[in-house]
Write a protein that binds this ligand. Structure first.
Ligand SMILES: [Zn+2]
Length: 154
């Protein structure tokens, strides 16, 4: 299928290392729209919406942010921590979007599984449905994310 010039430009930006080391696509050979579609299907199979997921991610980030780099218990199963880094990162989509380089880490204590996301991840999922390509540093697997933040059995 012939992609529009705008989509082609976005694909180039997502695959370049200009904005983030390694780019947003990792080793994924699918197009961004194929990745977005596959993840959307998985999210709905799990019984969630991206809105529910990103609301929960933001809630966790806001709670952990207040603990200034220390672990904070979210409940008796999960704990979270926020690591702040200097600088900002911009959204690769063509609109103004600048985000602090803040990373939230959530640890499911019992199984010691960990997931991390940046403020940009929350935006990419909420606004663009984009969980990034497989192999990229900040790729988020929707099922692992849902398992950890909603404590569901997979
Ligand atoms: Zn954006």
């Amino acid at each position: 299928m012939k992609e529009s010039p705008q989509i082609q430009k976005l694909e180039t930006i997502l695959r370049s290392s200009k904005l983030v080391a390694g780019g947003f696509m990792g080793t994924d050979t699918r197009s961004s729209s194929e990745i977005i579609e596959a993840d959307a299907t998985q999210i709905s199979r799990l019984g969630f919406t991206t809105k529910q997921i990103t609301a929960k991610m933001q809630e966790i980030t806001d709670i952990a942010k207040a603990a200034l780099g220390n672990w904070v218990d979210l409940d008796d199963k999960n704990r979270a921590r926020v690591d702040e880094a200097k600088g900002i990162i911009v959204c690769p989509w063509p609109h103004p979007g600048r985000f602090a380089k803040r990373v939230t880490v959530v640890n499911l204590i019992e199984s010691n599984e960990t997931i991390h996301w940046s403020d940009l991840n929350i935006h990419l999922i909420a606004e663009h449905g984009f969980f990034e390509g497989k192999g990229s540093t900040f790729r988020i697997e929707p099922d692992i994310l849902a398992k950890i933040i909603f404590q569901i059995k997979l």
